[in-house]
Design a protein around this ligand. Structure first.
Ligand code: NAX
Length: 327
């Protein structure tokens, strides 16, 4: 048996974690031969609920679940961790502006960045899920000067999975037959779900759908799917978000399937003309625990315009928190 890896999770008593923890413990994320230590982190008021979840995990008697530890602060919770899933965040309250939301979350992710810098394993891989995820990842990374910005990522895999699922449903294909769907930019309604590289059963997806359906129905459907789910079930996506997290981390650690690429929010290196330094979702391939941006994709004016619009939103978010970022 391999040595166990440490996975720290914030917001561990929340809705997403409630699905996620059981998937991780059963080996869906790190592999069926990889034991895990779960370092679960919550705010002090939620520790009792967290204790309940820990009991349930124990009661499943998962053979890959080595140990569970519970923490009410990130400084303890991140100790020596190999992976950090930052799910807990402050939701938008009534009357709160976007700038207020960015600011309260900036505080949380500043502290978490510092704690990762000071206490996590030097090779820690970080995934930020709590919204606004891309900018929260930027803040955490900027507060971890001893770690590489490439160790910080944000979740757009849920958007990618939505894009595949909805396309499959429309065309009658199986999601398994759909490849190379790309999500560019921010995890927000400005994101750009791009099918120009995508294939269905190895043939161009764009040749198999109507362009007006793509622009007028499909793109807005993906962009506003989160809101639609909240309207329908009175709560935001939880099980599908957990699946997105599992897929993102599994591919990052164990590699993408051959011929496929996946979307991850990562620090921009200027590829495709996107401003360096922001956390932007790009198509990547993963191998041996590293990811690389897929280069050389042909972009038409339609795509460029949408990629720029979502970049502009990220630059705006960055400007709103700039005064809180270390130089
Ligand atoms: P819940 O409100 O169910 O759970 C969040 C949990 O985080 C709560 O138990 C809370 O006590 C805890 N928490 C808050 N601040 C914390 C802190 N500083 N340290 C540790 N724990 C803390 O929310 P849930 O549905 O689980 O969603 C969590 C976050 O994911 C939200 O910000 C949500 O907007 C975001 N999402 C991001 C998605 C993405 O694709 N990037 C999709 C799903 C989801 O909407």
């Amino acid at each position: 048996m391999r040595r166990p890896v440490r996975i720290a999770i914030t917001g561990a008593a929340g809705s997403i974690a409630n699905s996620l923890l059981f998937k991780i413990a059963s080996g869906e994320m790190m592999g069926k031969d990889q034991p895990v230590i779960l370092q679960l982190i919550e705010v002090p008021q939620a520790m009792e609920a967290l204790r309940g979840i820990a009991m349930e995990l124990e009661d499943c008697a998962y053979s890959l679940l080595h140990t569970i530890t519970l923490h009410d602060n990130v400084e303890d919770g991140f100790k020596n961790t190999h992976f950090a899933l930052l799910i807990g965040a402050r939701p938008r309250g009534p009357g709160m502006e976007r700038s207020d939301l960015l600011e309260v979350n900036a505080e949380i992710f500043t502290r978490q960045g510092r704690a990762l810098n000071n206490f996590a394993n030097r090779d820690v891989k970080v995934l930020v899920v709590g919204n606004p995820a891309n900018t929260n990842a930027l803040i955490a990374s900027r507060n971890a000067p001893d770690l590489s910005p490439s160790q910080f990522t944000s979740l757009t895999r849920l958007d990618q999975n939505r894009a595949r699922g909805i396309l499959a449903n429309h065309t009658g294909a199986s999601p398994r037959d759909i490849r190379r769907v790309v999500i560019w930019g921010n995890h927000s309604p400005t994101q750009y779900p791009d099918l120009h590289q995508a294939t269905i059963l190895d043939r161009s997806a764009m040749d198999q759908i109507r362009f007006d359906w793509y622009t007028d129905e499909y793109i807005p459907k993906i962009q506003f799917r989160g809101g639609e789910i909240i309207k329908a079930r009175g709560q935001s996506s939880a099980a599908s978000a957990a699946q997105g997290i599992v897929d993102h981390m599994r591919d990052w650690v164990l590699g993408t399937d051959s011929g496929e690429f996946v979307s991850m929010g990562i620090v921009s290196d200027g590829s495709y003309g996107i401003e360096k330094g922001i956390i932007y979702s790009f198509p990547v391939r993963c191998d041996y625990g590293r990811y690389q941006i897929v280069q050389g994709l042909e972009l038409n004016d339609f795509s460029r315009e949408r990629m720029k619009a979502t970049e502009a939103e990220l630059l705006e978010e960055k400007a709103m928190v700039e005064h809180l970022l270390p130089a």
